[in-house]
Design a protein around this ligand. Structure first.
Ligand SMILES: NC(=O)c1ccc[n+]([C@@H]2O[C@H](COP(=O)([O-])OP(=O)(O)OC[C@H]3O[C@@H](n4cnc5c(N)ncnc54)[C@H](OP(=O)(O)O)[C@@H]3O)[C@@H](O)[C@H]2O)c1
Length: 328
């Protein structure tokens, strides 16, 4: 494993981290979850990313992860980096989502109870709340860090301007925002977009503010692999029709499949799977500290980790990829 510094912080992140959004819910096989988590750690994946609402049902991924942690590798807690988040809908009534102090404080306590641990390493505001003053959300992250319930503060899904403001407030409180978690893949490049009041992309802002960047859904939820090139396989995320933000059949069309086939050919020429090339393509930007993958089996995760065997691109390869992505 290669470890990269999260911005200007002291924290090192594995180049590939594992997320528990899907595949760790009540309906999933516990022995497979355990295999994935322990197998990940064996390969140097020290970072496991959770959120209050991961499951389904919400909370279940934290419960399953907590059980695996406490049964199997409690002794390794100091070698692990565990994150959780709050921001999306978690419980009924006015205090179960968004960015108020009331919600975030209750949520971190619930997450710690579910996982059976006294602190997480990173606590994130999962999304910007347009109806709560940024000062309230950020001062709550600061309180959570200062109370010892989290070691570091982060934000997720904030745009470039919101990120600049959040970083400035947290800095003034003495708790730097050390990490941003945005969606980023070959198929979704919003973090590169400079069309805003700052004329800076989110990646520019993150870099300027000394924050690390851990990018999620690097395989566009599995589309940037060879699995959908010839239809929708049984058991795949699309076939399972999970809802709640997971892709469905509408996420595929003929034009996209053609582009994926062309990308797959370049990957083959590089002696990589398409999934490996999609991960390597993200890591070529040094502002990307970690690529946060999901996996429904340990074999898949092993395949993704082998992306690290070839992360260099020739300018010809990059140009061809760019043309394919623009045509899509
Ligand atoms: N902050 C946020 O708002 C937010 C939102 C979404 C996700 N996240 C984080 O990002 C993590 C990853 O998200 P994601 O699951 O969408 O990421 P992803 O890596 O783009 O997709 C993972 C899925 O792709 C397939 N796959 C994985 N490796 C493969 C390989 N080597 N070859 C072929 N197929 C492969 C599997 O799908 P099948 O099930 O089809 O096998 C797997 O479940 C989440 O767990 C979560 O921690 C954060």
């Amino acid at each position: 494993m290669i470890y990269n510094r999260s911005g200007k912080s002291g924290l090192l992140l594995p180049s590939i981290s594992l997320g528990l959004w899907q595949n760790f819910g009540a309906a999933n096989d516990y022995s497979i979850m355990r295999q994935i988590i322990l197998g990940a750690f064996d390969k140097g994946i020290t970072h496991f990313d959770l959120a209050n609402n991961y499951g389904p049902p919400g909370g279940e991924a934290e419960i399953n992860f907590g059980k695996i942690l406490n049964d199997d590798f409690k002794a390794y807690r100091d070698e692990l980096l565990i994150s959780t988040k709050a921001g999306y809908y978690m419980w009924p009534g006015p205090y179960g989502e968004w960015g108020s102090r009331k919600y975030l404080m209750a949520s971190i306590d619930q997450s710690l109870r579910r996982m059976g641990i006294p602190y997480v390493d990173i606590f994130y505001s999962h999304r910007f709340d347009p109806n709560t003053a940024m000062e309230e959300t950020m001062s709550t992250l600061d309180s959570i860090v200062k109370s010892g319930k989290a070691l570091y503060a982060g934000i997720s899904n904030y745009d470039a301007e919101q990120t600049k403001q959040a970083a400035s407030i947290l800095r003034s409180l003495g708790t730097p925002c050390i990490i941003h978690q945005p969606r980023y893949s070959m198929l979704d490049r919003w973090v590169e977009n400079k069309e805003n009041k700052l004329n800076q992309s989110l990646l520019d802002v993150v870099d300027e503010e000394g924050m690390g960047c851990i990018v999620f859904s690097p395989l566009a939820q599995g589309r940037l692999s060879d699995k959908y090139l010839n239809g929708i396989p049984v058991g795949s995320r699309i076939a399972r029709n999970l809802g709640n933000g997971a892709i469905d059949a509408g996420a595929l069309n003929e034009r996209l499949i053609k582009a994926l086939q062309a990308l797959n050919q370049i990957a083959h020429q590089r002696n990589q799977s398409l999934a490996q090339m999609a991960i390597a393509w993200l890591l070529k930007d040094k502002r990307v500290s970690s690529v946060l993958v999901g996996a429904s089996s340990l074999d898949q995760l092993h395949n993704s980790i082998n992306a690290l065997n070839n992360t260099a691109f020739t300018s010809d390869e990059l140009n061809t990829i760019e043309i394919i992505l623009k045509e899509n």
